[in-house]
Design a protein around this ligand. Structure first.
Ligand code: SF4
Ligand code: SF3
Length: 548
């Protein structure tokens, strides 16, 4: 195995990457190698799909399978080797169907790149022997680490894009242009590109694609469930039977709420599901009672303590402990060997498990936090915000956005939030906010100082707000008193980072540590062109931001 796609990849002097037996996340070498083979086959699918789509339009099965397949390989999503063996077969069948259709239309086409003709072995043991061809490091000795670093920057960005696009897809929102561009970029990777400047441009194209996808997902969420509005969310339990829903998938949450209606089971959100409370159609369910716990890395303790069933709808899943393995369920792209998987949106097994469990014995005193500063709310408050800036009440905006994680350096974000002066606004998105979102930061200009925009995909909303502020002040986004403190962990954050670069946003602070695949040469390029900054200390970075 070799994997260095996330922030918690193993780092030592000899090699940066999870390279033997098991990654820090718990992914074992068999699953890792199978994921590489699946991604390689998806490049084969894309080679035919891209060409065919230009002749006769996007193929829905290919588009959906590509999004789903890439999503399963995102960090902390699917650890189940059996599922990958099945998907490898499905990908091969799909590719061969597209190949036959394309060859019927273009019998004399130019030869395609090797992933188009790769034949996976039938036996699992032989299949694993083929994995080296699909490794992200394949050919590094010839092309060098900079080229490999840029290829994976594109690939990892595409995994993030696929996850967001899949969330929109399941809500019935898809866009042929997006799926065609996804196929084009995978087809591009299949050519084993080596031109550094071209690779950089294609990485920015991933960022542009992700902007379109985040916009589509925001539309999908708001058209399906209403715009986010300011909402108090209970963070203490209520007596009664309980289901905890983790991950990002609002469609799954909606189905769970529907299927638990009238069953005397309370539903709680966990992790990235917190912003769901702000959507009108979701908060209308009286049994959506509150949010439980914090960010993903604390789940082994929190899930063990939760007295009900648990459903994980997307990243981040951590190895389920024995104490709750019988009452945790995976849905959609998520998987763990031996953990029950919800099929076809039928959550009955999880609901039955919740009904059989004790639930919370007592109602604790109510404590709440505020969410719901999505596009509708914040653009509605734009005039107030602009006036507060003009009158000097608001001096600076901090976007402290992105993922949380387990490494110690992440206290940086708590320190940063705590030390922001009172005349500044903190905007949050993603699961990184759990480090400080239960603190009281006071108010400013009639608004809370801490404004939660939503899930990590709502980075699109933060971008729209920044553009609106820039418009109101007749300046560029880079001229605003706005500092972007982006905490990355997995590949959705990579996609968001590329989106910001595609918009030519400068001076992004990226932390807590920089991606292991960004070589010194690549970092130098990003620093020169975009003034990307590595985290120093919260104090130093805060002082620098305020001085600017
Ligand atoms: Fe390592 Fe992260 Fe890959 Fe897991 S996803 S194997 S922790 S780099
Ligand atoms: Fe968190 Fe896993 Fe990325 Fe959507 S839930 S932000 S890390």
């Amino acid at each position: 195995m070799f994997c260095y796609q996330c922030e918690q990849t193993k780092r030592n002097d000899a090699i940066a990457g999870c390279a033997s037996q098991q990654g820090t996340c718990g992914k074992n070498e068999i699953t890792s190698d199978l994921q590489d083979i699946l991604v390689y086959l998806l490049q084969g699918v894309a080679q035919y799909h891209y060409r065919l789509a230009k002749l006769k339009g996007v193929d829905n099965q290919a588009a959906e399978f590509t999004l789903y397949g890439l999503f399963t390989t995102l960090t902390n999503v699917n650890f189940n080797a059996t599922r990958f063996n099945v998907m490898i077969k499905e990908a091969t069948t799909l590719r061969d169907r597209l190949k036959a259709e394309y060859e019927a239309l273009e019998p004399n086409h130019a030869p395609l790149n090797p992933a188009a003709s790769f034949i996976p072995a039938n036996s699992p043991a032989e299949l694993l022997q083929q994995a080296s061809i699909a490794s992200v490091k394949a050919g590094e000795e010839t092309v060098g680490a900079d080229v490999i670093g840029l290829r994976v920057l594109i690939l990892y960005g595409l995994k993030g894009v696929a996850a967001y696009a899949y969330h929109a897809w399941v809500l019935g929102f898809k866009d042929d242009k997006i799926n065609l561009e996804m196929a084009r970029l995978l087809d591009y990777l299949a050519t084993s590109p080596t031109d550094i400047e071209e690779l950089l441009q294609q990485a920015l194209a991933v960022g542009e694609l992700n902007l379109q996808v985040m916009a589509l997902l925001e539309k999908a969420n708001t058209d399906s469930f209403g715009a986010q509005t300011v909402t108090q969310v209970r963070i203490t339990p209520v007596a009664g039977k309980a289901i905890l829903v983790s991950g990002h998938d609002l469609h799954d949450l909606h189905q769970i709420l529907e299927q638990t209606s009238g069953k005397n089971i309370n539903v709680y959100t966990h992790g990235e599901m917190l912003p769901a409370h702000a959507y009108g159609k979701l908060k209308a369910y009286p049994h959506l009672v509150g949010n439980y716990g914090g960010a993903w890395q604390n789940q082994q303790q929190e899930f063990a303590d939760f007295p009900g069933a648990i459903i994980v709808t997307s990243n981040c899943l951590v190895e389920p402990q024995v104490s709750y393995r019988q009452r945790i369920f995976t849905a959609g792209p998520v998987g763990w060997s031996g953990v029950r998987h919800i099929q076809d949106g039928n959550f009955a097994p999880a609901i039955q498990a919740a009904a059989a469990l004790a639930g919370f014995k007592e109602t604790e005193a109510e404590k709440t936090i505020t969410v719901g500063f999505g596009r509708h709310t914040l653009l509605g408050a734009a005039e107030t915000v602009v006036n507060a800036v003009k009158q000097g009440a608001i001096k600076h905006f901090f976007l402290i956005g992105g993922c949380d994680g387990a490494v110690p350096g992440r206290n940086y974000y708590t320190e940063l939030a705590e030390q922001t002066p009172e005349n500044t606004v903190i905007m949050t998105l993603g699961c990184g906010k759990y480090r400080f979102n239960k603190q009281d930061f006071g108010t400013i200009g009639g608004l809370p100082r801490l404004l939660d925009i939503g899930q990590c995909n709502d980075a699109y909303v933060a971008i729209e707000i920044a553009k609106a502020l820039a418009g109101a002040f007749n300046c560029g986004v880079n001229d605003l008193p706005l500092s972007l403190m982006v905490s990355w962990f997995e590949q959705k954050a990579t996609a968001v980072f590329l989106s910001l670069l595609a918009l030519n946003v400068k001076n992004i602070h990226l932390g807590p540590s920089l991606p292991a695949y960004l070589t010194p040469n690549l970092l130098a390029v990003l620093q020169e062109r975009f003034a990307v900054k590595a985290n120093k200390t919260a104090q130093l970075d805060l002082a620098e931001a305020l001085a600017a």
